[in-house]
Ligand binder design. Structure first.
Ligand code: IFM
Length: 447
């Protein structure tokens, strides 16, 4: 049975983070407010009233964090740029001091032998753009492309590949449909224009990146969807959920069309609340993708709806371990998902990078749970690559304990423990495990 040591030669090892979750320094060097600054200020929005105001203070401690990455022996560091450092209001000329930070970070990474893999948007929209409608408003897509161009102009000489958006599905549903993430809008299906405008922003930004000779990826949260039973009603509900979670973003990107959203009352050829205009799907599809980022955490079990407003209901997954967050641990869901993508998209599927995978644990340094979690997922991934799925790399979520959005600092995903009172970083047992795995895999492939 293949295991993690059988991942292909040249496989690239990494970790992932995101700007608002680690940087802190929200008022420094001209950074403007983002939707997450505003959301955290709303009473009751984030557990314990936490915010990313200081987070891991990575803005000042990045040399120490790069030293940790160097010790891990990483090939890749996936991080995100805070749009409001580059453009404090989301429009207009670049703020040089904001770009200087990423310039230093990129140089530091390269000096440590680590390839920077930036994400342009990991949910921290400039508040000024949100005030004008945010992703519900078409102009935000054009603003995003202009920001991408500014970032690429400054960093593109050293950064070969860029991820446009992180998890547009989660941003759509949590941020615009349910309101449990910033910007905190609870619009349910009226949120659909925010799906289309994110994709349009991706397409326009991708064209800017391509014009500069840069590679383009997008990262989404994907999940294998399992019907709760074999009944026709549960299977239909699972199909409906799969369409929303997995196909709403991936079909336009890879096939140039939206999936049939009849189950949501939006029709077989949906215009997403009137947002889709002639030529948009070409703009989204035409730039092509050099890679698909897959963020995998768990499968989803779906039953027939109990709430008449939605065509599905989530059912619990029983009999498996659970992370500190309560998420089910199902490593075989990862190859299941990758085989589904392969079957669904065939030759349209670009090479895959696992851009996030990991678990939250308690604060302990001895995180055997995380080691078991990562081992099982990487073993499962190796079964998929051995079966012919083209996966080029893996980024563990996350390097550091960090600000876990609405959960504040209560969920710790780090290979490295962070004491948020002192900012002391202490590598956990999983850190040494990951370092040794990377070294062993590399040595095995050099032999
Ligand atoms: O922390 C998040 C990250 O920002 C996006 N993907 C899932 C992670 C864990 O919830």
């Amino acid at each position: 049975m293949p295991d993690r040591h059988d991942l292909p030669a040249g496989f690239r090892w990494g970790v992932s983070t995101a700007a608002y979750q680690i940087e802190g320094a929200v008022d420094e060097d001209g950074r403007g407010p983002s939707v997450w600054d505003a959301f955290c200020a709303r009473p009751g929005a984030v557990k314990n009233g936490d915010s990313g105001r200081t987070a891991c203070d990575h803005y000042h401690r990045w040399p120490e964090d790069i030293a940790l990455m160097r010790e891990l022996g990483l090939d890749t560091y996936r991080f995100s740029l805070a749009w409001t450092r580059v453009q404090p209001t989301g429009r207009g000329p670049a703020n040089p001091a904001g770009l200087d930070f990423y310039d230093r970070l990129v140089d530091g990474l390269l000096e440590a032998g680590i390839t920077p893999l930036p994400t342009l948007f990991h949910w921290d929209l400039p508040q000024a753009l949100e005030d004008g409608g945010g992703w519900l408003h078409r102009d935000t897509a054009h603003r995003f492309a202009a920001y991408a161009a500014l970032a690429a102009d400054r960093l593109g000489d050293r950064v070969p590949a860029w991820i446009t958006l992180n998890e547009p599905f989660v941003h759509l549903v949590y941020g615009y449909a349910l309101g449990i993430h910033a910007p905190g809008r609870a619009l349910m299906l009226d949120a659909m224009p925010a799906a289309h405008h994110q994709l349009l922003g991706h397409g326009l930004a991708a064209a800017e990146l391509r014009a500069r000779g840069l590679d383009v990826l997008i990262a989404n949260n994907l999940t294998p969807v399992r019907p709760a039973t074999d009944s026709p009603a549960d299977r239909a509900a699972a199909d409906a959920y799969d369409t929303l979670h997995n196909r709403l973003f991936t079909d336009p990107l890879l096939l140039g069309r939206y999936p049939d959203l009849t189950a949501y009352g939006l029709g077989p050829d949906p215009d997403l609340g009137g947002a889709v205009r002639d030529g948009d799907l070409t703009l989204i599809h035409a730039p092509g993708l050099d890679g698909l980022g897959v963020n995998y955490y768990n499968p989803t079990r779906i039953a027939a709806p109990t709430d008449p407003g939605l065509p599905f209901a989530e059912a619990p997954i029983e009999g498996v371990p659970r992370t500190h967050f309560g998420w089910p641990v199902v490593p075989e869901g990862l190859p299941e998902l990758l085989h589904t993508l392969q079957a669904r998209y065939g030759t349209a599927l670009p090479p895959i990078t696992i851009t996030e995978n990991g678990c939250s644990t308690d604060a302990a340094l001895d995180d055997a749970f995380r080691i078991d979690y990562l081992t099982a997922h990487l073993d499962a991934l190796a079964r998929a690559t051995t079966a012919g799925i083209d996966v080029r790399g893996y980024c563990a979520w996350s390097l550091l304990d960090n600000f876990e959005w609405a959960e504040g600092y209560s969920q710790r995903f780090g290979l490295v423990h962070v004491d948020f009172a002192t900012q002391q970083r202490t590598p956990r047992a999983s850190f040494a495990w990951y370092r040794d795995l990377i070294a062993a895999h590399r040595a095995g492939n050099q032999a």
